[in-house]
Design a protein around this ligand. Structure first.
Ligand code: FES
Length: 136
């Protein structure tokens, strides 16, 4: 599978192949839940109209399939996160974008718990060290 090159910047990578729900991988017209979340995030981000646009990318399978829909937050020099149990709805979109804005503003990618929107609590799967570094 080839690797598509993207800008090295704070971004949200959405798993494009996550299921729609427990019973269905796709909608009746063939869309995966992850694709729907990707589109919902792009719409939500455009509606918010933040000063700095949010980079939202997608790729197939983040290997956390049981926690569909999943996303990965990443930024150069910061810890990254894989998060899951999201849906392509306003609640998930709002929580992800709110947390992402705080993540992007943070120095090391660590957002104080008091600033976490309710909709991300319990959604973290892993925290990854930044490329070339570790938290100490
Ligand atoms: S299909 Fe989304 S994490 Fe595997």
């Amino acid at each position: 599978m080839p690797i598509g090159i993207v800008e090295r910047e704070a971004s949200i990578v959405v798993c494009s192949t996550c299921r729609v729900d427990k019973e269905n991988r796709e909608t009746h017209d063939g869309q995966r839940g992850g694709e729907l979340l990707f589109e919902a995030l792009r719409r939500g981000s455009a509606e918010r109209g933040t000063d700095v646009p949010v980079a939202i990318q997608k790729m197939p399978c983040l290997f956390a399939c049981a926690r569909f829909c999943t996303i990965h937050l990443r930024a150069p020099g910061k810890v990254g996160y894989v998060m899951g149990d999201f849906r392509a709805d306003d609640e998930s979109v709002d929580a992800i974008l709110t947390f992402f804005e705080a993540y992007r503003e943070s120095e090391e990618g660590i957002v104080p718990f008091r600033d976490w929107p309710e909709g991300v609590k319990g959604h973290f799967i892993t925290r990854m060290p930044p490329e070339g570094g570790v938290l100490i």
